[in-house]
Write a protein that binds this ligand. Structure first.
Ligand SMILES: [Zn+2]
Length: 229
């Protein structure tokens, strides 16, 4: 099963996508990280992506889907993939869905719902590791990263004006994608206004019957997924 994780910035989309990937033993496809990796390569494709990124344009949807198609050739992706950051637009969602049907892959989407007000509150409080870039939400009470020990800092673009622009983009580009999966009957909605651990618990309560998982995740297993003792 391919699982697409959605959520407004601040809802913990990336964090939860990683937890689902770890718990299910499925690889994660992070669109942003993948593009940055490709852009750093000294290849014609890398150069093309650099041009697109540096001029502030969005990477053409066809290019994104082509990369995913290539990625799915990898044997490790047979049982499923967790997607973080795709599809980016309504058109891309339709193309993605068609590609998955062609490849005879089942997919479902998870939407971690959080109001813009709550998301704004969280983003203003959130911290990022200065060394490994891991993101920490307000319910993480420490000054240092629990992964690498780096100092946690406030991200420069987590200021109210920049956040509002990101929210507007989310409403315009991503909400129609979520609606698309809802109309297909392929959407799980999760209340994002809970602790990180409770969100993960809710996700697995909903996923377990769909994936026919035999055992329930214990609380300590959920904590371990988030590197918490
Ligand atoms: Zn770190």
């Amino acid at each position: 099963m391919d699982i697409l994780v959605f959520g407004i910035q601040g809802a913990g989309k990336g964090t939860q996508a990683k937890a689902v990937s770890l718990a299910l033993g499925l690889p994660i496809y992070e669109a942003g990280a993948e593009l940055r990796r490709l852009a750093a390569e000294n290849t014609p494709l890398g150069e093309e992506i650099r041009k697109v990124i540096y001029t502030g344009r969005l990477v053409p949807p066809g290019m994104v889907l082509l990369r995913i198609a290539e990625y799915l050739e990898h044997p490790a992706t047979v049982a499923g993939v967790i997607y973080d950051g795709v599809p980016r637009s309504y058109e891309q969602a339709i193309a993605f869905d068609e590609m998955m049907k062609e490849k005879k892959r089942d997919s479902l989407a998870i939407d971690i719902e959080l109001s813009e007000g709550k998301a704004l509150e969280r983003l203003e409080k959130r911290r990022i590791c200065s060394k490994c870039q891991a993101i920490f939400m307000p319910d993480y009470e420490s000054e240092v990263c629990n992964i690498c020990g780096g100092v946690l800092i406030h991200r420069a673009d987590d200021n109210p004006e920049a956040i509002k622009v990101r929210f507007a983009n989310y409403r315009k580009e991503t909400v129609p994608v979520i609606d698309y999966f809802r109309k297909q009957g392929k959407l799980l909605t999760i209340d994002g206004d809970q602790s990180i651990l409770d969100v993960t618990k809710d996700i697995f309560n909903q996923l377990s019957p769909l994936l026919k998982l035999k055992k329930r995740l214990k609380d300590e297993e959920i904590r371990a997924l988030h590197n918490m003792k």
